[in-house]
Design a protein around this ligand. Structure first.
Ligand SMILES: Cc1cc2nc3c(=O)[nH]c(=O)nc-3n(C[C@H](O)[C@H](O)[C@H](O)COP(=O)(O)OP(=O)(O)OC[C@H]3O[C@@H](n4cnc5c(N)ncnc54)[C@H](O)[C@@H]3O)c2cc1C
Length: 412
């Protein structure tokens, strides 16, 4: 692809993860012309737990990609197990929505899942460019008008222009940095490490989050994957990791080498060295727009603070950004005042559940409360129903903003 001097594209999307690829598909559906750029060549790995739960399934259905996703190598998920610091645990069955849809989840390696999304974009006839690292933003009279970058294979500098720019370039977003919206402080960022293993015992149709004493409010995850493989990892807020001087690789080794996990890992072999990456959490509301641009997915910092899930929210941001772009293009107005609608709608859609998850994350800081709640949930179906409702966003906002609701959770 050559340098394009005119605004040939409606939108340039930087980053072809779930946020960028979904934005490209939603934009095309609305009649817009996007260009999707990524510094990687697909298929590429992304450090992740790989879990796709209810919201991701809903958005994949919306994109007509659910069947395609089901056919990918991976694990089909029906339950979530929560384990407490005293190693008591309870299971929640994925309930789905009121129509009985979205009651399933998946664990699919991102190397496979993101490649499927990216190939779908290409098959839809959308222009894409892989191996292109965006290095700078082009601006004119205070408005973003394009990007400059380097094409890996030729080391050539190229620039592209468009009416709008989407920064969907993940945690370390160059778009957010260049536009002074990069605000990833320790308090609202977690760090996680992932390691694929084979031959872990007792993997079924469940993903497991274990709030073990060494890590709380962080956790160990054990997720089944394709074939004989499992995705194992630990995650913790950066603040806690620093304050407690936790070496995540060492702690994970220790946890897996003693009860109750040691037996399940007695024949297990790591398939790689553990790899780490950051998770920008939606425990604060950030500004994700300006003249001519919007930030999506991890670049917007909207990962669920309690569960660490970000793929579903990235897909939601892709949809809302495309819809906002459509409105701006119809008005021929790409100003911050118009694009503000993106941030408003994003928070309308995600804000209440992000606030609940922030409360749950705080609750998880107390070993006592975690033991209490997980212990009660392991014995009491009603408590499990409440937690399930909270996680699937089915409990009305007013209830969630009422402190008595949380007392009920403790003393039901
Ligand atoms: C350890 C860990 C475990 C996690 N587990 C889960 C989980 O189980 N389930 C879940 O839902 N979420 C999980 N998450 C969160 C999830 O990985 C992210 O929320 C999700 O990947 C966000 O998607 P995205 O499209 O915004 O960004 P990304 O998936 O990060 O994609 C960004 C893309 O931008 C490209 N890019 C970056 N810079 C440039 C540049 N300068 N020029 C061009 N391209 C660029 C990258 O190559 C990449 O392809 C986890 C995260 C971590 C770190």
């Amino acid at each position: 692809m050559k340098k394009s001097p005119n605004s040939e594209y409606d939108i340039i999307i930087v980053g072809a993860g779930p946020a960028g690829s979904s934005a490209a598909l939603f934009a095309q559906r609305l009649g817009l012309k996007p260009l999707l750029l990524d510094k990687s060549i697909f298929p590429r790995d992304k450090i992740c737990g790989d879990a796709l739960s209810g919201k991701s399934v809903r958005l994949l259905r919306d994109l007509d990609l659910l069947e395609k996703t089901r056919e990918l190598p991976g694990a089909h998920i029906k339950r979530i197990t929560f384990g407490g610091p005293k190693y008591q645990q309870f299971d929640l069955h994925l309930k789905g929505d009121s129509e009985g849809k979205n009651d399933e989840g998946f664990s699919i390696r991102r190397e496979i899942f993101d490649d499927m999304l990216f190939r779908t974009v290409q098959e839809a006839g959308i222009d894409t460019l892989e191996g292109f690292t965006v290095k700078n933003i082009i601006q004119d009279k205070g408005f973003v008008t394009g990007v400059k970058g380097i094409l890996k294979e030729s080391n050539e500098e190229l620039s592209f222009t468009s009416k709008l720019l989407f920064g969907a370039d993940g945690y370390n977003s160059i778009v957010a940095k260049k536009l002074n919206l990069y605000d990833m402080d320790m308090e609202h960022t977690s760090v996680g490490i992932r390691c694929y293993y084979e031959n872990v015992k007792d993997l079924t149709d469940q993903i497991e989050l274990h709030y073990v004493p060494e890590l709380i409010p962080g956790y160990l995850w054990i997720f089944p994957s394709d074939g004989n493989r499992a995705n194992i990892g630990v995650g913790l807020s950066k603040d806690d990791a620093k304050q407690k001087k936790i070496n995540l690789v060492k702690v994970m080794e220790e946890i897996l080498s003693k009860p109750p996990f040691v037996e399940r890992f007695s024949d297990a072999e790591p398939l790689e060295k553990p790899k780490g990456w950051n998770l920008p959490l939606g425990s604060i509301q950030r500004e994700n727009h300006g003249n001519g641009f919007m930030l999506l997915g991890d670049a917007a910092g909207i990962i669920d603070p309690f569960t660490g899930e970000g793929i579903g929210n990235a897909l939601v941001s892709g949809k809302i950004a495309a819809e906002t772009a459509k409105q701006a293009l119809e008005l021929g107005n790409y100003s911050s005042e118009i694009l503000k609608a993106y941030d408003v709608q994003l928070w309308d859609e995600l804000g209440s559940e992000l606030k609940v998850s922030t409360k749950l994350q705080r609750l998880a800081k107390s070993k006592f409360l975690l033991n209490f709640v997980i212990g009660r949930a392991s014995r009491n179906e009603d408590i499990r129903e409440i937690i399930s409702g909270m996680l699937s966003n089915e409990i009305p906002k007013e209830k969630l903003n009422n402190p008595f609701f949380y007392l009920k959770l403790l003393f039901y």
